[in-house]
Design a protein around this ligand. Structure first.
Ligand code: C2E
Ligand code: MG
Ligand code: MG
Ligand code: MG
Length: 276
């Protein structure tokens, strides 16, 4: 009897696996079609001065506008594209679209703002980002100061010489480098003195704890102070209410991003609300 149950258990497990891998297979197929049919879109989220709330930039965030699934978030498909070998393609597509958008905004006489683009670790290791970035800026005749590249803390701390050299080269070119989701990785603050980057984006997990968790608040205060001492621009991510914003302002945080200020929206909507 025990054996039977075991087998039953195994059967159940294996069916579930099949269902899972089928769902994954379907998603992969759909994604392949999505890429062919040009179903990916960029949304833009405002980044503002923490004190004045004036617009200083936008983060480009990719979405999949699926005819059957609706608007799919990058958390669901970016890693799949990576596994499908399309990570490099995605990175180049996002860069191209972000730069095309900046050109359009500049041509229509709107204030020029900078746009940040997220880079996946794979992209960072496998390609010459510098070449790709140069080509995009050149194609749309944009100044390097328009562009900011966001990488995860772990990618930067990885300590591979290649990653480091790429960061150094990007900055030498005038492109800003931002450490995304800072504080979620395993790195110690000591890395802040060694990573070649300009901007520190405090992860939303920290922001969420403000202002109710006094110990966490002290940590945030010290990270901001240290980052400022080391000449980083500090961005608070995921700011959802006024209380969080005022704590961040009091701590000297430079810029903020979050639903309180604005959600990521399509380019037209972004321009309508934030540019003139
Ligand atoms: P991220 O770069 O840290 O982007 C911030 C995420 O937080 C975005 O989620 C954004 O919509 C969300 N967010 C912004 N403000 C708030 C807020 O006030 N509250 C809450 N709860 N969330 C907020 P999204 O767009 O789903 O992107 C998730 C992650 O996917 C991004 O995290 C980034 O790592 C990755 N990603 C997005 N676009 C790209 C891309 O073009 N290429 C690559 N490689 N990764 C991307
Ligand atoms: Mg980001
Ligand atoms: Mg982030
Ligand atoms: Mg994130």
């Amino acid at each position: 009897k025990a054996k039977r149950e075991q087998r039953g258990g195994f059967q159940f497990y294996s069916n579930e696996l099949n269902t899972q891998s089928k769902a994954r297979f379907d998603l992969t197929q759909e994604l392949r079609r999505a890429v062919q049919n040009d179903e990916l879109v960029l949304h833009f989220q405002p980044k503002v001065d923490a004190r004045t709330r004036e617009i200083v930039g936008a983060e480009a965030l990719v979405r999949w506008l699926s005819p059957t699934r609706g608007l799919v978030s990058p958390g669901v498909f970016v890693h799949l594209l990576d596994e499908m070998g399309l990570g490099v393609w995605l990175g180049e597509w996002v860069l191209d679209r972000a730069c095309a958008q900046m050109r359009e905004w500049q041509d229509s006489g709107q204030v020029s703002i900078s746009v940040s683009v997220n880079m996946s670790p794979a992209q960072f290791e496998r390609t010459s980002i510098l070449e790709v970035v140069r080509a995009s800026l050149e194609r749309y005749q944009l100044d390097a100061s328009c562009l900011e590249i966001e990488i995860l803390e772990a990618t930067a701390v990885n300590d591979s010489d290649k990653a480091r050299q790429t960061l150094v080269a990007l900055r030498a070119e005038g492109i800003r480098v931002a450490l995304d989701d800072f504080g979620t990785g395993y790195s110690s603050l000591v890395y802040l003195t060694r990573i070649p980057a300009d901007v520190l984006k405090l992860d939303q997990a920290f922001i969420r704890s403000l202002p109710d968790d006094p110990r966490q608040q002290e940590i945030v205060r010290h990270i901001i102070a240290l980052a400022k001492t080391l000449s980083y621009t500090v961005v608070g991510e995921g700011v959802e209410d006024e209380a969080q914003l005022s704590v961040l302002v009091a701590m000297g945080c430079d810029l903020v991003q979050g639903y309180l200020i604005g959600r990521p929206v399509p380019a037209d909507e972004f321009a309508g609300r934030w540019l003139r």
